[in-house]
Design a protein around this ligand. Structure first.
Ligand code: KIV
Length: 261
């Protein structure tokens, strides 16, 4: 059954939801088959699928291209397009680019990094009928100025997060990502707002969790971030399979009689 923004919002306070990112048809299909309610076409595709060191190189054209494939693979999920670096620097740009996610890729909503500073942008999108997922706490698109700092460790920073949360809630966001916020502050923020919070490395009190699918499936071969948990080690299985294939070709064992016409 198709997940809608309204249904997702109504999940606030219920059983926590496990959400994933996906960047292509095959992985979106896996998420669909596993019953994942919401799939984010995250700009983390820049670091995972495209091999960059940050999310900054992701462009709208790349994001829309991948979002179209995810939409085809996960027809029942709420598909959220992640607005890449500088695609929402002004309200007109935000409207144009968010519109591309909905019109060209068939996304249901968009995600934007930023709290108080992006409240007016969120309001403008929501007023035009574009559902917005906010993203506060650690914001990877600002890494060049902020670094990868854990958030909420001091009372002052916890207060700043409260201000961000209040601003995006008042602006009409339908949900909010809390990235790398210390767990007790994330729990307090979750209790403070009436929209679902989605934790990324922020503890189990959040209404939902995001896990980058490449981390969940063990698709990489570098060290995974502390917040990531591998539920499978598919890269190792894949390397073993490709190696076996090469050996069989070398031994003329493949193709065998079952694989020729
Ligand atoms: O791009 C991404 O994958 C994200 C999530 C981890 C929230 O922004």
């Amino acid at each position: 059954m198709k997940w809608t923004v309204r249904k997702f919002r109504a999940a606030k306070g219920g059983e926590p939801l496990g959400l994933v990112t996906a960047y292509d048809f095959l992985t979106a299909r896996m998420a669909q088959r596993a019953g994942v309610p919401l799939v984010l076409v995250g700009d983390s595709l820049s670091t995972t699928a495209l091999g960059h060191s940050t999310t900054i190189p992701a462009t709208m054209d790349v994001m829309v291209h991948h979002a179209e494939a995810v939409r085809r693979g996960a027809p029942d999920a709420l598909v959220v397009g992640d607005m890449p670096f500088l695609s929402y620097a002004t309200v007109p740009e935000a409207l144009r680019n968010a519109g591309r996610f909905l019109r060209e890729a068939g996304c249901d909503a968009v995600k934007i990094e930023g709290g108080v500073t992006k409240a007016a942008t969120i309001r403008a999108l929501v007023d035009e009928g574009i559902p917005v997922q906010a993203h506060i706490g650690l914001q990877p698109q600002s890494v060049k100025s902020t670094g990868y700092a854990v958030r909420g460790r001091t009372p002052e920073d916890a207060a700043a997060l409260e201000a961000d949360l209040d601003a995006v809630t008042a602006a009409g966001a339908f949900s909010v990502v809390l990235e790398c916020v210390v767990p007790d502050v994330a729990a307090a923020l979750t209790a403070r707002t009436d929209i679902p919070t989605i934790g990324v490395g922020s503890g189990s009190a959040c209404d939902a969790q995001y896990l980058v699918l490449a981390d969940l499936l063990g698709l990489g071969d570098g060290p995974a971030p502390k917040l990531a948990k591998a539920y499978a080690h598919l890269a190792d299985d894949a390397v073993a399979a490709i190696s076996r294939y090469r050996e069989e070709v070398a031994a003329r064992a493949f193709p065998d009689a079952d694989h020729v016409y």
